[in-house]
Design a protein around this ligand. Structure first.
Ligand code: DON
Length: 306
């Protein structure tokens, strides 16, 4: 298949979509982007890459980081993790509070904010120190992407100052004894990993292990076991786009994870990892053109899992 030609065709067809949607503004520093940017990268299991648009431009990975932190938590904990965070779709927005109250502080899944705050808290308990925990998260992603990545101080501070809903979620869960560490430390670590900056090309490389049963196909290093990689993919499919997860499965048909920075990663099992970037979001907080581009991709290649 000529993937470069397919990317070119997607870019051409997506042009009329690029002005649609709005850049995230509830974290003020996220507004400082080129709203009509578009990029897409594909990384095959044999290491071949195909790229289009501003594929080497770094953007705020936001909720895509939850894939890395959940993978790390799965590595360190067994089934006991699911006593603190479930694996069912929430059917609610990513920052919703309502379900958490009547479900006694146990978040529905690790990809909504509450669930990711719990997995970050579990990593803090494991490593016992907030700086070490963040270093380990960085190291995990560096090892996956074979690049040195860093976080954006301005975006981190902006979210620290404006993250009222996340503070509410963490406080509510603490009241149900589902946060073990001081709320400030858990949130600081969570906001820092959301503020990590990566390009489409780097993210496609970093996600390749999920297309290959948890093993880096280029070095044979096992990052998580095959059963655990299966769980991460399953949750990306059912929960990776919050209350638009059904819509994403319906139109795209791949395990995927979005972030309010405008990135989406998607996995074609046993074949490739894909990343798309376009910062204007739809009403559910997922990249508008990114979703359309991935839909075009599975239509043109017939590579949906269904
Ligand atoms: O906690 C937040 O609200 C952000 N740091 C991450 C949210 C996010 O990326 C949702 N994605 N579509």
């Amino acid at each position: 298949m000529n993937y470069q030609k397919i990317l070119e065709e997607i870019k051409e067809q997506i042009q009329t979509e690029l002005p649609k949607g709005e850049v995230a503004s509830y974290i003020p520093a996220l507004k400082n982007v080129q709203a009509n940017d578009f990029a897409m990268s594909i990384k095959l299991l044999d290491g071949t890459s195909y790229n289009i648009g501003c594929f080497d431009k770094k953007f705020s990975i936001q909720s895509i980081s939850k894939v890395f932190t959940f993978s790390m938590a799965l590595k360190h904990y067994g089934k006991e993790l699911y006593q603190r965070v479930w694996y069912e779709p929430s059917g609610n927005p990513f920052n919703s509070l309502v379900q958490l109250e009547y479900e006694k502080g146990i978040p529905r899944n690790p990809f909504i904010n509450a669930g990711a705050i719990v997995t970050t808290d579990s990593l803090l308990s494991y490593y016992k120190d907030k700086n070490l925990t963040f270093n380990e998260i960085n190291q995990f992603i560096n090892n996956l992407s074979k690049k040195e990545i860093s976080f954006d101080e301005e975006i981190f501070k902006s979210e620290l100052e404006s993250g009222y809903r996340n503070q509410a979620l963490a406080s509510l869960m603490k009241s149900f004894n589902n946060i073990d560490n001081p709320i400030e430390e858990t949130l600081e670590t969570y906001f820092k990993h959301c503020s990590l900056m990566m390009s489409c090309e780097e993210l496609a490389s970093a996600m390749l292990f999920l297309a290959n049963h948890g093993v880096d196909p280029l070095t044979n290093e096992e990052f998580i076991t095959a059963p655990k990689a299966k769980r991460v993919n399953a949750l990306m499919l059912t929960c990776g786009h919050y209350d638009a997860s059904g819509d994403f499965a319906f139109h795209v048909g791949l395990p995927g994870k979005s972030g309010v920075g405008g990135g989406i990663v998607a996995i074609v099992p046993k074949k490739m990892a894909i990343c798309v970037y376009s910062p204007r979001l739809n009403e559910k907080g997922n990249s508008h053109s990114g979703t359309k581009a991935l839909e075009l991709f599975t239509t043109l290649t017939d590579l949906s899992i269904f």
